[in-house]
Write a protein that binds this ligand. Structure first.
Ligand code: XUL
Ligand code: CO
Length: 437
């Protein structure tokens, strides 16, 4: 049985290829910066966008008909797994990621829901035995069902807190069973609509308790996946507690949780927070908490989370620059939390979309590697911050200055000379690399 009859295994054919179902830049075996592209990029397919999303938006119904749509319930879930492993193999991706409810439908009780999940986990585990594709991360969907109307771990209703705990407990067991390299917490409903009815202090304390319980349970069962928080400032909730990496880290630090977590940075979430992708990656990198990436892009003309496949070469290049400077992603990967546009209605579009994303990041990797090799930005910084390498600047950075010595210096130093930031010149150089590497 094949679900993607028009597509054979996607091969690397090089930049001159006119075959739309071939990689132009992603050559999994090619060595870049000491590792194969496959090892550097660690691509992952997001189960929800690829196998459960069907093109619905807040104003209109589904536009995409998939081969598994002729089935319902558990039958549909099983056919999706068959199709998923066919797609993984044809795309030659090393990883995938899912929410619990992506792979198995809810039953009428939590017991029945867990039973459905167990059946699907057994099936997926069987497929994973003969597939190279591993589980990058799993997570709990604590946002779709109406029970999460007021939040999950930050709900005003203790019964919902308990239900959410049970769901994450099961999720950690599933993660262990399938050898997940990470476990993600994205708090889409963890936040508030209005402070007029919100006990902010209690909600944050409860969220911290929830995370501590998750850390304890992972330890108890020997689940060794890396815990990741995925920041997002808003949508669906007006204000989400894990607003951006800085807010998430301040929270983790305040509650003694920082050593147990890293960040899963999503490009579109960064822009929703008023940052750019590189900002969030850089911030995590310098703080040693860059865990994984949800690789997508937003549309600056639309104010919401459009989850487009990443094709903007500036973004992929600067993202790969941060990732290489980070020494890679460790247990993390580049997970395509992305969907074809509502008008891209064919099943083949799933392949075109992934190829576009994989090629854009592969090319970004090569340009970033060359930028680093040639010390393009490193030399810019060395020159720009030169004043901190000698004299008073060296005294400041080495901790040998105080307000007395600085005042004395400033009084004696009558002339301050500033130099140009040279932004436009730097951008021209970046363009040369993008066009010529
Ligand atoms: C939502 C989002 C989620 C998380 C996992 O914006 O990004 O799909 O990645 O729950
Ligand atoms: Co995401």
């Amino acid at each position: 049985m094949t679900y993607f009859a028009n597509v054979t295994k996607i091969a690397y054919e090089g930049a001159k290829s006119k075959n739309p179902l071939a990689f132009k830049y992603y050559n999994p075996e090619e060595i870049v910066a000491g590792k194969t592209m496959e090892e550097q990029l660690r691509f992952s397919v997001a189960y929800w966008h690829t196998f459960t999303a069907e093109g619905a938006d807040p104003f209109g119904a589904a536009t995409m008909t998939r081969p598994w749509d002729q089935y319902t319930g558990m039958d549909k879930a099983k056919v999706r797994v068959e199709a998923a492993f066919e797609l993984f193999e044809k795309l030659n991706v090393p990883f995938f990621a899912f929410h619990d409810r992506d792979i198995a439908p809810e039953g009428s009780t939590l017991q029945e829901t867990n039973k459905n999940l167990d059946t699907m986990v057994t099936m997926i585990k069987e497929y994973m035995k003969t597939s190279k594709t591993k589980l990058l991360w799993n997570t709990a969907n604590l946002f779709s069902h109406p029970r999460f109307v007021h939040g999950a771990a930050t709900s005003c209703n203790a019964d919902v807190f308990a239900y959410s705990a049970a769901q994450v407990k099961k999720g950690l067991e599933v993660g262990k069973e399938l050898g997940a390299e990470n476990y993600v917490f994205w708090g889409g409903r963890e936040g508030y609509e209005t402070l007029l009815n919100t006990d902010l202090q209690l909600e944050l304390d409860n969220l911290a308790k929830f995370f501590h319980m998750a850390v304890a349970y992972a330890k108890e069962i020997g689940f060794t996946g890396q815990f990741l928080i995925e920041p997002k400032p808003k949508e669906p909730t007006k204000h989400q507690y894990d607003f951006d990496a800085a807010a998430a880290v301040a929270f983790l630090e305040r509650y003694g949780l920082l050593e147990h977590f890293k960040m899963n940075i999503e490009a579109n979430h960064a822009t929703l927070a008023g940052h750019n992708f590189q900002h969030e990656l850089r911030w995590c990198r310098i703080n040693g908490i860059l865990g994984s990436v949800d690789a997508n892009q937003g549309d600056l003309l639309l104010g919401w989370d459009t989850d487009e496949f990443p094709t903007d070469m500036y973004e992929t290049t600067l993202a790969m620059y941060e990732i290489l400077k980070n020494g890679g992603l460790g247990k993390g990967g580049l997970n395509f939390d992305a969907k074809p546009r509502r008008g891209s209605i064919d099943t083949d579009d799933l392949f075109y979309a992934h190829i576009a994303g994989m090629d854009s990041f592969a090319r970004g990797l090569k340009v970033a590697q060359k930028l680093i090799e040639d010390r393009v930005f490193e030399d810019v910084l060395a020159d720009r911050y030169h004043s901190f390498t000698e004299g008073i600047g060296l005294a400041i950075v080495s901790g040998n200055a105080d307000f007395h010595t600085l005042e004395k210096y400033a009084m004696e130093n009558q002339r301050i000379n500033n130099q140009s930031g040279r932004q436009e010149k730097i951008k021209s150089i970046l363009n040369q690399y993008l066009l010529e590497v």
